[in-house]
Design a protein around this ligand. Structure first.
Ligand code: NAD
Ligand code: TYD
Length: 349
């Protein structure tokens, strides 16, 4: 089995690559990644000498290159994670999200279809998506696999569009596909622009913690290793044409989560109780900010027996430990050009 994993140098992709190489030593994994600001080969140092691992630097938006890559390697399966993934960046630069997330996905679908050419037995295109395609909930209810799409940010609109193309290739050409829509991930190697690693980084540096609006938006948080485990189950035992929601049954308002993180960090850094909470700074709300995401993952539990393996407290403590033990990683990815992004993003906030 030769699997193409796209976006393998990013946060979730690097965990998926590590999981598949570790659990299936007979598989060959090719990691295709453009190495944007979010892609970092240091995330895969521990697997790069594995003889079954290959890295290709390339852009999924380049259709000719993608067709040639598929023609050369004739992959048996694709696990597609490459994407622009940050909502705030999508508000600044929506076109990049269309190019990578929509055009990039269609290029991969096209190449898989051309290469497999109707001989679909044993083949699979696995598309990794987000719960954000379903839009925003009030205080009640959860997203199920049949919740109508209602994206609000350029990021979620681009992911929704890519999901529709994946289904269209299944319905029109019979391409074997599965889609999973997952809630917010956290864990090691996450780029410090997303809430948890950004705040871990700022707390360690005693910098302000910019809480959008009143901090009352709700997210469901899942440990990234459990996402990789779910992808494994769906990849091997899911049904073609189906969608699976993945979530942690673990809802937090941002402000409660931030306070918990502050308490954990104070303890681990030997700071006086309450010291980090003083860094909380309420800033202008994100435009179009979805109020609440909550995932009903009962289909995945019922059909494929998947449940999260750790509690949030365990996963979060382990995540904080990783970032504190890998401060050089944080310094590297937040240095230089990245600073300009920070300055622009948080100007006036
Ligand atoms: P990330 O930003 O950390 O990594 C994305 C990776 O894709 C990077 O390595 C980047 O270099 C690569 N990439 C971007 N554009 C590319 C292009 N045009 N060609 C080739 N490579 C390109 O993102 P992540 O958080 O690991 O998310 C991975 C996937 O999971 C995305 O599809 C995202 O929509 C989805 N997802 C993320 C979350 C989350 O909480 N982070 C939740 C649900 C779903
Ligand atoms: P984020 O990690 O960007 O994930 P998403 O927007 O995809 O859910 O943000 C999680 C929540 O935290 C979201 O409600 C926005 C909020 N947030 C802040 O309050 N401050 C910040 O600096 C960031 C990055 C996010």
């Amino acid at each position: 089995m030769h699997i193409l994993i796209t976006g393998g140098a990013g946060f979730i992709g690097s965990h998926v690559v590590r999981h598949f190489l570790g659990r299936y030593p007979e598989y060959v994994v090719t990691n295709l990644d453009k190495l944007t600001y979010a892609g970092n080969l240091a995330n895969l140092r521990d697997v790069e000498s594995n003889p079954n691992y290959r890295f290709v630097k390339g852009d999924i938006a380049d259709g000719k290159f993608i067709l040639e890559l598929f023609a050369e390697h004739r992959f048996d399966a694709v696990i597609h994670l490459a994407a622009e993934s940050h909502v705030d960046r999508s508000i600044e630069s929506p076109v990049e999200f269309v190019v990578s997330n929509v055009l990039g996905t269609v290029n991969l679908l096209n190449a898989a279809r051309a290469t497999w050419n109707g001989a679909f037995e044993g083949k699979l295109f696995y598309h990794v998506s987000t719960d954000e395609v379903y839009g925003s909930l009030g205080s009640e209810g959860m997203f199920t696999e049949s919740t109508p799409y209602d994206p609000h940010s350029p990021y979620s609109a681009s992911k929704a569009s890519s999901d529709h193309f994946v289904r269209a290739f299944h319905d029109t050409y019979g391409l074997p596909v599965v889609i999973s829509n997952c809630s917010n991930n956290y864990g090691s190697h996450q780029f410090p622009e997303k809430l948890i690693p950004l705040f871990i980084n700022n707390i360690r540096l005693k910098k302000p913690l910019p809480v959008y609006g009143a901090g009352l938006n709700v997210r469901d948080w899942l440990w990234v290793v459990d996402h990789a485990r779910a992808i494994d189950e769906i990849f091997h035992r899911g049904t073609s044409g189906e969608t699976y929601n993945i979530g942690g049954h673990n809802e937090w308002t941002n402000i409660d989560l931030i306070r918990l993180l502050c308490r954990i960090m104070d303890r681990k850094l030997g700071r006086e109780a309450g010291a980090s909470e003083k860094l909380i700074t309420y800033v202008t709300d994100r435009a179009g900010h979805d109020l609440r995401y909550a995932i009903d993952a009962s289909k995945l539990q019922r059909e494929l027996d998947w449940v999260p393996s750790v509690t949030f407290e365990e996963g979060l403590a382990q995540t904080v430990d990783w970032f504190l033990a890998n401060q050089a990683w944080l310094d590297e990815v937040t240095s230089g050009a990245y600073q300009h992004y920070y300055e622009k993003m948080y100007a006036g906030r």
